[in-house]
Design a protein around this ligand. Sequence first.
Ligand SMILES: [Zn+2]
Length: 253
Amino acid sequence: MQQGYLRVRTDGRLVELKKGLQLDRYKTHDIELLIDRLEIGPGVEQRLTESMALAMKLGKGSVMILENGKEKENYYSRHLMCPTSGISYDEPQPNTFSFNSPYGACRKCNGLGTITEIDIKSIIPDPLKSIKVGGIIPLGPQKDSWIFKQLIALGRKYNFNLTMPIADIPEESLNVILYGSDDVLNVTSDTGGGGYNQAVSYEGIVNFIISQEAESNSPAMRRWIQGFMQYVECPECKGTRLKKEAMYFFSSR
Ligand SMILES: [Zn+2]
C-alpha cells in the first residue's frame, strides 16, 4: 500500500489492498502482487514493457500472467526452474557440457558412454555342464573354497545342487547364483578344524567377478577377467556421456 499498489491476489483471489485486510494467520497463503491490468492492443507496448520490467524486478525474476477470463495463469521465469515440478537447474557453464568434468559427466558411466557388463554366455558357455565340473568358467571345477561353500548353502535354499546340469537349474535360482541375493545364508565352514556356521549374504558371481577385476593388481588376472566382460552403451545417457541435466539444454531447442 505504501508503495502505491492497489491489489493483491491471495490464494488465487484478487482482493483490494485496504487497511484492516486480514488473512488467517494459522494457514499458509499464496500472496501475489498485482502489478498491472491491461488490454492488449495497439500502443500498449511501452506500458507492457515497463510493467513487465517492474514485475520481473519485484518478482526476483519470475512473473505470472493471467489472461482475462482464464483460470490458469502462465508462469514466466528468468531462472532455470520448473514452476510445476520445482526442479531447478544450475546456470549452464561450459563444463556442464563436458563429459570430462564432474559437472557434465553422466553419473552412471562417469562420462565413458559405455558400461561394463558381464557376458553371461562367456561365463557359462556350456549349460549342459554342472557347476561341479566347472560349468561356471571363472570358478572352475569345485574346490574347497568359500564361494563353493556359499553355492552349496544357496542350493539348499534355491533348489539346486552342484552336480545337476546348469540348464536344469530353475531360472530364478540361476539369477540368484549370478546376481546374488540379500537373503542371509548359513554357510558351514570348517577352516581351522571344528566347523562353524556363518551367516552371510551372497553377492553373486557377476558382482564377484566385477570386484575381482577392480581389486586385482595383476595385469594378467585383470585381462583374464576382462575376457568375461563386454562394453555396452550406457542406458542412462545413451552413449552421449553427458548427465541428464546437460541433455535437457539440448532437447529444449
Ligand atoms: Zn552414461
